[in-house]
Design a protein around this ligand. Sequence first.
Ligand code: ADP
Length: 236
Amino acid sequence: MIDVEIRRQQGDFALEVAFAVPAEGVLGLVGPSGAGKSTLFSCLAGHTRPDAGRIALNGRVLFDSAAGINLPPARRGIGVIFQDGLLFPHMSVRGNLRYGARALDPAHEARLVEVLALAPLLNRRPGVLSGGERQRVAIARALMARPDLMLLDEPLSGLDAGRRDEVMTLLEDLRAQTAAPMIYISHAAEEIRRLADRVLSLRAGCISGTVGGPAPRPAVHPFVPAPPAGAARWVG
Ligand code: ADP
């Protein structure tokens, strides 16, 4: 389970969310600009400290204000992918991939190189890659560490339509082929429709409901039903 119950105040803005969803498939996170999506991501990844609450991933506590636990990002088992596929410019693609690995596993590396079609790129530097290629490398690098959870923050927004479709197809394949569940921020209804098994909608720092979503797939839990009025917690 991805079990989250956190509060954070920043200026006038308060993030106050509580949800529990199975750690499988893709959880879409949607909401207007300023709703708190990036803040929630940053709290999950460990870059931002909530004022209070608890975050647990498959029973492993990543943050617990009452118990004084706040694991650093590198120990959370979470892979993060941003809009522009941040890579180290001075390293080759292969170097970037290996930087992300906890320990080198040649078979795992070979599989990611194949799935993400990276073989022709391995000796190149990020500066000579297209946006779509950079994003594929960033996805592979995050997966090298075998994360328990992947966070993707608008990963397609910097790509043109053709590349977007290519990387989207890849993400669909990854959803089927890797065990790592994903939380996926997007403004694009089409991306959420294609990828997400469940959708959380944020508004003004609070969970406001569920939206959109794909056609039901076998072996996938349904959307989290709307809670009764006044309920503070979502359980999927
Ligand atoms: P989203 O990702 O949904 O667009 P954000 O999480 O980036 O929303 O921002 C949520 C709110 O928090 C916004 O009102 C933003 O202005 C505010 N905010 C973000 N970072 C800070 C900060 N460091 N200090 C004060 N307010 C912040």
